[in-house]
Unconditional design. Structure first.
Ligand code: ATP
Ligand code: MG
Length: 263
């Protein structure tokens, strides 16, 4: 029997998901994926038929991998197509936490990083979540100030979980000759602890296929080892590719993550 959302209480509706109260358990909520895709903090927007189902699959496979690896996430299960059951947040943390292995995207604009430059260990940055302000990055001095002023342990926890999640997802994609370039994840507090929340899908990361078999990824620049033009992620949408093309790329991601259960 399928879940009847018509009769359920909508807690929140965002750009890509609707959150419903679970009438049978106040400690959990349902996340329902939508076909909408946005970029530029909501400025660019389209509806791609079938995207919800694809993102739901990717999200399911990645969270199941992370839970299996004992990463602390809100994810419980995916009871039916386009629906995930998750632990309910007590408090949302209004940050996006970005970890990067390879320089690409916005970091090229605001630092002297060169595209393809490799970070080992990965670097992690915190962005204040605010669409009209375009999610500004918080600098280290400011974060240190907050940590000292509030005696906050959450930043260290988010950084730890983000880097742990990055490395597990990177290792899983490596089995399929694809490099995880960077990832953006979100956090909240559940039962007094920091949890990885929200979704992980085609819009959460950059993914570049290897340029050839057995690349040498252990060098300062890995641009020559990877094929950015074959990217599978939401940059295809940001760069103006057709929505059919974007959908095909997202479907390729889901075809790969489906095999994560065997890695
Ligand atoms: N475990 C959870 N419990 C309750 N709400 C959650 C949980 N995980 C995510 N959410 C909520 O789901 C909503 C996310 O929906 P969506 O991602 O579509 O929003 P959005 O428009 O992208 O906005 P945002 O920029 O806040 O992500 C947010 O309001 C988020 O707080
Ligand atoms: Mg969101």
């Amino acid at each position: 029997m399928s879940i009847n959302f018509e009769s359920m209480d909508k807690i929140a509706e965002g750009k890509t998901k609707i959150i419903y109260r679970n009438p049978e358990d106040e400690k959990t909520v349902y996340m329902v994926f939508k076909d909408d895709i946005t970029a530029g903090d909501g400025v660019k927007h389209d509806v791609i038929q079938g995207k919800a189902l694809i993102d739901w699959k990717t999200n399911r496979d990645i969270f199941e991998l992370l839970n299996k690896r004992k990463v602390r996430t809100h994810y419980i299960s995916s009871p039916e197509e386009k629906v995930a059951l998750v632990r309910k947040l007590d408090r949302k943390i209004n940050l996006e936490v970005v970890s990067r292995r390879v320089a690409a995207g916005s970091i090229l604009k605001w630092s002297n990083a060169v595209e393809g430059q490799r970070y080992d260990p990965v670097i992690t940055q915190f962005h204040y979540k605010d669409d009209p302000l375009h999610d500004p990055m918080l600098d280290d001095a400011y974060i240190d100030y907050i940590i000292r002023a509030k005696n906050a342990s959450e930043y260290a926890e988010m950084k730890r979980i983000n880097e742990q999640a990055f490395e597990y997802i990177e290792a899983a994609f490596a089995h399929f000759d694809v490099q995880l370039i960077d990832i953006k994840l979100e956090y909240g507090i559940i039962d007094g602890e920091v949890y990885l929340i929200d979704e992980v899908s085609g819009g959460s990361f950059r993914l570049w296929p290897y340029a050839h078999k057995n690349p040498n990824l252990n060098q300062d620049s890995v641009l020559g080892e990877l094929n950015p033009d074959g990217r599978l992620d939401k940059d295809t949408y940001r760069m103006g590719q057709s929505t059919d093309m974007v959908k095909n790329k997202f479907a390729e991601i889901a075809d790969i993550t489906e095999k994560f259960k065997d890695v």
